[in-house]
Write a protein that binds this ligand. Structure first.
Ligand code: CUA
Length: 330
């Protein structure tokens, strides 16, 4: 609609049209109401102006009128609320089987890592026509991942993971901004999202140097840190067996239960006693300060790889569990 008139950024993801439709509706509604109100002000100013021989009359309330002017705006606001909520939940719910990219923000750059091991800085390559889920955290302060062409914006917080997702519909290069003031070079914390045709994307994937898949890096780190001592993959050791745990409901020692998602795995590494699995003792030491954000994402990816991918997921090579050294080192 506005191809040569940059009132709108490009629409390059499935959510963009929905967001724009709601936005246009709000602008038209606000414009119509403003016009209606100012027109009535002008008409009333003439019609009821002070004149000789006219005295003001007291007007009593009218119940039908008051009900009408309450009910009609309520109905309009409910339409906006429901419409907005539907879009919000669509944007907040990553589809199952999406390709995953881990994002670590820091003053002042974006570090991105693909499941297959490709790493990028301030640049994200994605294929057109696929769901891409971002699992994001910050190394220092609050940042915000903002791609106007996809109409997505999500705060990136230190100490936890937030997620966002998109389904790019048009190849091209799009702006990536940090949308949360994060210090001196906030305005320089920009990058680009490069949306490629599937064939080009495959070529890009196989082109760059890789450092092994994220899950494979996580597995070697898992061993370096001595985790298999307790988290055995053949039997239940002193810590829970992690095979098949990710994505499942976990029963906790204090009677609560929790879904084993990225944040749960992260918390269990950094604050192991926060949510102890039922039947186990709080004996695990914290790894706070011992592992970097990148290492944490690798460990999370490894734990995730120990669970079968959801049906319909991309055929990303998963590691076979059970290759850890099995002898406990005391
Ligand atoms: Cu990061 Cu602003």
């Amino acid at each position: 609609m506005f191809e040569n008139f940059p009132l709108w950024p490009a629409r390059a993801a499935t959510t963009a049209g929905n967001v724009d439709a709601l936005f246009i509706f709000l602008v038209l509604l606000a414009g119509f109401m403003s016009l209606a109100i100012f027109t009535m002000i002008v008409i009333f100013a003439f019609q009821y102006r002070a004149r000789r021989g006219h005295r003001a009359e007291q007007v009593e309330g009218s119940v039908p009128l008051e009900i009408t002017w309450s009910a009609v705006p309520l109905a309009i606001f409910m339409v906006i609320f429901v419409w907005g909520a539907v879009i919000y939940f669509q944007e907040r719910t990553p589809p199952r089987g999406a390709d995953e990219v881990y994002v670590v923000a820091k003053q002042w750059m974006w570090k991105l890592e693909h499941e297959q091991g490709q790493r990028e800085i301030n640049e994200l390559h994605v294929p057109v026509g696929r769901d891409v889920k971002l699992i994001m955290t910050s190394q220092d302060v609050i940042h915000s991942f903002y791609v106007p062409a996809f109409r997505i914006k999500q705060d990136v917080l230190p100490g936890r993971y937030t997620t966002a997702w998109f389904h790019a519909t048009r190849p091209g290069v799009y702006h990536l901004f940090c949308a949360e003031y994060c210090g001196t070079s906030h305005s320089g914390m920009i990058g680009q999202v490069v949306v490629l045709e599937p064939a080009q994307y495959q070529a890009w994937l196989s082109g760059g140097a890789t450092f092994g898949s994220l899950a494979a890096n996580g597995e070697s780190l898992f061993q370096q840190l001595g985790c298999p001592t307790c988290h055995r993959s053949d039997i239940q050791g002193r810590g829970p067996n992690l095979v098949g745990v990710f994505g499942k409901l976990v029963q906790l020692e204090d009677g609560r239960s929790v879904v084993a998602d990225e944040n749960y795995v992260r918390e269990s590494i950094l604050s192991p006693s926060a949510k102890v699995v039922s039947g186990f003792k709080p004996i695990m030491p914290t790894f706070q300060g011992l592992v970097s954000e990148e290492q944490l994402t690798a460990l999370v990816a490894y734990v995730k790889s120990l669970s079968p991918p959801p049906s319909g997921a991309a055929a990303i090579p998963k590691l076979t569990p059970g290759t850890q050294p099995q002898e406990p080192k005391e």
